[in-house]
Design a protein around this ligand. Structure first.
Ligand SMILES: NC(=O)c1ccc[n+]([C@@H]2O[C@H](COP(=O)([O-])OP(=O)(O)OC[C@H]3O[C@@H](n4cnc5c(N)ncnc54)[C@H](O)[C@@H]3O)[C@@H](O)[C@H]2O)c1
Length: 319
């Protein structure tokens, strides 16, 4: 795919972050874009920014949908067909996601399943809902966002992250398997798996807000443990009040965005370049490339403290 001009794209999670940046760059190149998100307010801002940047002929449309619900994504696909008066879609970015910790042993089950359902079923339902429209494209692309947590089932020793890792491994496995499935059964469609490293978006704060809204309240003991896992090993969690721990979590979200190695705009550049170059595997950022290389050296060691210490020392990991 050499140009996005005149193409039609659908993006899930287009309200903020990488989804918004993808929409901005695509309309700027003359591609018509439809975004969905749970936040109407954030999507209005994306639409306003797209209006300022779009090349002639490119339109932007918005639709409220929760990607964990198949009916919402079927509604989004029907809306795209009608609103953009099209019988096909060329690019489907299954990008929406939320992050968060939580132990399978003593965590909050509703939150665990919420993270898994958004990150995995959002991608699966998005692919299924748009398949009839992709089949009618001359050059259809499904672009699914995984994570470093889809390569490595960890964010470091002592931290439980199994819902997010399980979902992102599923996204990667599904998208890689689609390569042969599409080649055999729908040769006009290709799939790309996106593996972002550490990208400067509001995902930590947005996810905490969304989880707080969507899942039943987590009891404070569970929350204290989850937040405490991100503090220095010598920190005495019991000495912190609930308010201090919540302030620590808010500050962590702010730092995540500020200290990122790759901006959301640069990430969108890399993703779109990967599609143009027909790469099925799109690593985003030097940290993603570093981890990817090192996971293959001695796989038996990748969940040890030594491996994590090497990441911190060699690649400034976690800073
Ligand atoms: N930022 C990073 O460092 C990073 C790293 C690896 C992977 N990712 C992945 O990249 C993708 C984009 O994340 P981002 O960093 O741009 O975060 P972000 O929070 O800025 O954007 C995610 C968007 O998805 C939306 N969303 C959340 N739940 C939804 C739902 N149920 N239905 C519809 N929309 C929903 C949010 O409202 C938000 O607008 C996610 O899949 C994330 O897991 C991000």
């Amino acid at each position: 795919m050499q140009t996005f001009r005149g193409k039609i794209a659908a993006i899930t999670g287009g309200g903020t972050g990488m989804g918004r940046e993808l929409a901005l760059q695509l309309v700027n190149e003359g591609c018509s874009v439809a975004i969905c998100d749970v936040s109407e307010t954030d999507m209005s801002e994306t639409a306003r920014l797209c209006g300022e940047r779009s090349a002639s002929g490119a339109t932007i449309a918005t639709f409220v949908a929760d990607v964990s619900k198949e009916a919402d994504l079927l509604g989004f696909a029907a809306y795209v067909r009608e609103k953009l008066a099209t019988d096909h879609v060329d690019l489907v970015f299954n990008n929406a996601g939320i992050t968060g910790g939580g132990s399978i042993v003593d965590g909050n089950r509703a939150q665990w399943e919420r993270i898994f359902n958004v990150c995995w079923f959002g991608v699966y339902y998005g692919t299924l809902a748009f398949l009839p429209l992709l089949l009618k494209s001359e050059d259809g692309r499904v672009i699914n966002t995984s994570s470093l947590c889809g390569l490595w089932g960890s964010v470091g020793p002592g931290k439980a992250y199994s819902a997010y890792c399980a979902a992102k491994f599923a996204v990667r496995g599904f998208t890689e398997a689609l390569i042969n499935d599409f080649a055999a059964n729908a040769p006009n469609i290709k799939s790309h798996v996106v593996v972002p490293g550490y990208i400067g978006t509001g995902i930590v704060t947005n996810s905490a807000d969304l989880l707080g809204r969507d899942a039943p309240p987590t009891d404070m003991a569970v929350l204290r443990k989850a937040i405490g896992a991100h503090m220095a090993p010598e920190a005495d969690i019991a000495a912190y009040t609930d308010e201090q721990l919540k302030a620590f979590a808010a500050e962590r979200g702010r730092k995540f965005q500020e200290n990122a190695r790759t901006s959301a705009s640069k990430a969108a550049d890399i993703i779109l370049a990967g599609i143009r170059e027909d790469r099925w595997r799109i690593l985003v950022g030097d940290d993603a490339e570093f981890l990817d290389r090192n996971l293959r050296v001695e796989p038996e060691r990748i969940y040890t403290q030594e491996f994590y210490d090497m990441l911190v020392a060699e690649a400034n990991w976690g800073s």
